[in-house]
Design a protein around this ligand. Structure first.
Ligand code: ATP
Ligand code: FE
Length: 351
């Protein structure tokens, strides 16, 4: 079936058309320029922009796919978690389309979209271990099926992408922080500033990253007090120290999550990474090595599918649809929606 996917849970407005594992079109309109003056995403501005841009996105996705709206077999939409105004805009448009076209409506958890995406491009059998690491999220999931996830742990404060972005801001580097910190770190000495590895001394898969950016702030202020400013050498060394610390934490916690996952003796063990921070080259390299060492297949979706997009929502919607999921007009937008087997079912489930 041809699935139209809609995504509007954060600061990207997106629409996509997916048939099976074929992405016919994937349109993403970012809002970075709308929020840049405020140093973060402003929910009110985001909601208004989504409401304005969703129609344009859908029209562009339909045109680029070379299909017609009538040809769409089902509408999949992010129903949470995320900024409620944006999620509502998407859910309302999806309901309108589903009612107008008389097609099934499928509410998709945004995190399920990220978590299932590796299967869009790779032959990755269930169950696999997923590290979702983005600007807003950081968690380990055992993905057992489109409806079946087990959360092994996650960050208790900042997400790594957020830590990258804040570190870049502290050091006067451009946003988004991930790529600029990675670039600056290339010429840096990671041993000059030894930054903390939070929570490594504690058992389990939970992580913490807010202390890292505080450590960067302290070192920066000490350098400024000392020498009156920052040299590009200092910035490079701080970036390298920060990136190393973050990588060490993620690799060690992944080692633990893998041990829990492998305990279940999966037939063909696989590990997948998704989210914008999956683009970080040193992190990817370290995780690739860890997986090789553990005899686990490493998978990472292409970057355009790793960051927020609607193809992942359409694909996950298709998988849910195939598993019998359908929602009705009471489908609600959920600002919080943990991706756990224990999580409450979505209101409006026609299942
Ligand atoms: P979410 O997907 O959780 O709702 P988001 O939209 O902020 O949040 P993504 O679009 O998945 O997240 O990723 C954006 C984040 O990825 C930013 O914080 C950015 O700094 C980070 N990022 C991008 N490239 C890199 C890189 N090379 N190294 C580290 N971080 C990176
Ligand atoms: Fe996301």
């Amino acid at each position: 079936p041809l699935i139209l996917g809609l995504e509007s849970s954060c600061d990207d407005t997106a629409a996509a058309l997916v048939r099976g594992r074929e992405v016919l079109s994937s349109v993403v309109l970012g809002q970075a320029e709308l929020h840049s003056a405020f140093g973060g995403v402003v929910p009110e501005i985001a909601a208004r922009a989504h409401a304005e841009k969703l129609d344009i996105c859908v029209a562009a996705a339909i045109r680029q796919a070379g299909v017609t709206l009538r040809g769409v077999d089902a509408i999949a939409v992010t129903a949470g978690p995320g900024l409620i105004g944006g999620v509502l805009s998407g859910v309302m448009l999806a309901k309108g389309l589903a009612a107008g076209l008389d097609r099934p409506l499928i509410g998709v958890n945004h995190l399920a979209g990220h978590a299932l995406t590796p299967r869009l491009t790779d032959d990755l059998p269930f169950p696999y271990l997923m590290l979702l690491v983005s600007g807003g999220h950081c968690q380990f999931l055992i993905v057992r099926g489109p409806h079946d996830f087990t959360r092994l742990g996650g960050t208790i404060d900042d997400a790594p992408g957020e830590a990258f972005d804040k570190t870049a801001r502290l050091l006067g580097l451009p946003q988004p922080g991930g790529p600029s910190v990675q670039k600056a770190a290339e010429t840096g000495d990671p041993t000059r500033f030894r930054l903390p590895r939070p929570l490594l001394d504690r058992p389990g898969c939970d992580m913490s990253f807010s202390g890292l950016k505080t450590a960067v702030l302290r070192q920066r202020d000490a350098l400024i007090a000392d020498q009156g400013g920052l040299h590009s050498r200092d910035v490079a060394d701080l970036c390298a120290g920060f990136q190393d610390a973050l990588r060490d934490v993620l690799v060690e916690k992944t080692r633990r999550a893998l041990a829990l996952y492998l305990d279940e003796a999966p037939a063909s063990p696989g590990f997948a990474i998704a989210g914008g921070v999956a683009a970080n080259t040193p992190l990817r390299a370290a995780l690739t090595m860890l997986c090789a060492e553990q005899g686990v297949t490493f998978t990472a979706p292409p970057l355009a599918l790793c960051t927020d997009n609607a193809a992942m929502i359409a694909y996950a919607g298709g998988a849910l649809f195939a598993a019998g999921t359908k929602h009705d007009m009471t489908l609600s937008a959920r600002p919080r929606w943990p991706l756990d087997s224990a999580a409450a079912p979505l209101v409006g489930s026609g299942k």
